[in-house]
Design a protein around this ligand. Structure first.
Ligand SMILES: [Cu+2]
Length: 183
């Protein structure tokens, strides 16, 4: 029997192993770069939420390699009832969050990073909680470049993002100190 021969020679296990390797490479290589005309959408990420949290947050870097400015005017998500663009401002000693009315400008030949403590995408009215390792579908609407759908990878609750943490790793050092911050 052919199958018996494979078992005896170990080829069977080699084939299975190569499938496992391919599956692993595919799952760990979650696309972190998306292209829309001269815009590059890089490393979109989110944070895990607990079941009583009604809102979530998404961060992303947007690089404009073109000679014309563009503007992120609207966001949507498959994981929440509503998604909005938010910024943080210091009001006395208190950091407050407010929605951005006219969108976020992406100047020509430059980049804008939505990151903790600054501009972010707010997911309002989460349909289900966000778990680490999941992805959040986000639609970004640009004034000139149009629409692109991206996937943001969910990191741990107190994560400072892909630059600072492996998806499988826990909180470390100052990540832990910042863990109470939601934005
Ligand atoms: Cu917010």
């Amino acid at each position: 029997m052919l199958l018996n021969y494979f078992f005896r020679t170990g080829i069977f296990f080699k084939i299975i192993f190569s499938f496992v390797v391919v599956a692993f490479i595919q799952s760990s290589a979650v696309a972190s770069e998306f292209q829309l005309g001269s815009l590059t959408i890089k490393d979109p990420w989110s944070r895990a939420t607990s079941s009583h949290q009604m809102s979530g947050v998404v961060y992303v870097k947007i690089i404009n390699s073109g000679n014309h400015a563009d503007r992120l005017i609207k966001v949507e998500s498959n994981r929440s009832k509503k998604a909005t663009l938010h910024d943080m401002i210091l009001d006395g000693d208190i950091i407050k969050m407010h929605s951005i009315k006219n969108g976020i400008e992406i100047p020509a030949n430059s980049e804008v990073e939505l990151e903790p403590g600054a501009k972010h995408i707010m997911l309002m009215g989460l349909k289900t909680k966000l778990d680490r390792g999941q992805t959040v579908g986000i639609a970004l609407h640009f004034q000139h470049a149009g629409l692109i759908e991206i996937k943001a990878l969910v990191f741990g609750a107190g994560s400072r993002g892909p630059k600072r943490e492996n998806i499988k790793g826990g909180l470390q050092g100052d990540q832990r100190k910042n863990a109470h911050r939601n934005h």
